[in-house]
Structure formats: C-alpha cells, structure tokens
Ligand binder design. Sequence first.
Ligand SMILES: [Zn+2]
Length: 272
Amino acid sequence: MLKLNPITDDPLDVYDAIVERKRPTDRRERLQKLRRRIQSAYARYDRRKPDLEEIVPGRFLDAKEDLLRCYKGPTGPRNKLYAKIKGLSAYWCAYCTAYTTATLDHYLPKDSYPEFCVLPANLIPACSGCNRPRDFRDSAGKRALVHPYFDPVPPTDRLLIAVVSVKDGLPRAKFSVDVSARSPFSKLYARHFELLSLRKQYGAAAVHVLAEAVRTVREWGAELTLKEAQVKLARQATAEEQAWGANYFKAALLRGAARSKAFLEYCFSGGT
Ligand SMILES: [Zn+2]
C-alpha cells in the first residue's frame, strides 16, 4: 500500500463548486439546503479518522440520489477533483500498488454514506480490482482497509513478504503479511490483505515482474557471478523501496527473488 497526502482543497468549497453546476435547478437547490448537514458530516469524518468504523451513517436517505449525482454526473468541478486525486499516486493503486489507478474508490462506500461521495479525503486512487462493491470492515466488523491518507503506514517496516520458488520449471511467488511485528498496523494490514484478496491479485501480477527479473539477471549472468547478481537484485529491491515504500508490491517481490537461491539458479541455468 502507499502512504499519500490528501489534496488540500477545502472540502466545502469542493461541494459548493460541484453543486453550483448541478442541473436541474430544483436538484441544485435541494443540495444547497443540505450544506449545513454536509458540513457537520465532514467534521465527524475529520474527528474520527482513521477509526471510521465508529461513524454512523447520516440520515440522508431522501437525499441519496441527489448526493450520488454529485459524483456520478460529470461536471467541470467534479472532473477536476477526480483528475487531481487520481494524480496523487503517480499511477499506482494506493491499496495494492501492483496495478495502475483506473478509478477512485470511496473509502466509506457511497451507497451507505452518500454524504461523503465527493469528500476528497474519502476518495482513494485505486485499480479496478481493489475498487469492487464491498464493505471496508471484515465479517467481525473490524476496519479492514488501510486508509492511505490517515493510517500510520510505516515507510520502512517490511511487512509484505514474498517467498519466491521454482515449481514445475517456473518461478512463482507466494505473498503474505508478517503479523509477528506486534504493531496494530500489521494486524490492520493483514485484514486489508484478506479483504482485497491480495494474495490472488499479487500472484497474477508477479508473473510479469518475475519474467522481467529473469531477463535482467540473465543479462547480468554474462558478466557476474550468481552471488554478485544476487547483491545487484537486492539493490534494485532497495531502490524500489526508497521510491515507493517498503511494502510496495515490486519491492517485496524483488526482495523475495534476491533471497531465493532457487530463483537465481533458475536464471543462471537458462531455465529450460
Ligand atoms: Zn489495487
């Protein structure tokens, strides 16, 4: 996952700008009347973050369709907001970092919390695999989604582990979260990993990264020993970590590949 800084636009200014462009006029007027209630809902979000499982949905049932239109119906200000937030993570999905950003995910789902559907702090750049209809809690009601803006994502703790092996003649990787680190964050991260089915998502994405690593190590193999190639691969993993954080998908995978003697031998053997 990535740690991101939210955009700094005043959230009520964003709401006002979007509402101002809403048609028909009666919808715009209804949304303008909601402003004070939206303001207090935004204040609740701000007070509770990141423990957002404690937020009770506001009673916006009658206004739900109007509110959702602020997000669904494209207007200039809404498109500007969308583009600005998508740009926050360069191009990686903030939840998984293995796939590119395709959409904005509503951290608190817009269906249950329509009052937050254009709150910038509730909009996360995400890939289409991570942005599926789902709760942000697990079946026990515990918060199970890391909030990239507000959770204390550790930049250097290596919690995402990839074990790289060679099976049936092909390199593959198995991912897990190290929960032995006794921090509340590692437990939340493990729930995040389960909620988003990251083991499966990462398994699929790993194929391409490992194929690229094999090609690279084979090129080195002409000049380097296996041990030297291992050190160089570990350095590449560190460079990825420094750019994107210790739990960036590719950093974890290259760390795992550099630790795997079987993987390096596979590269050096020609892999037939
Ligand atoms: Zn994703």
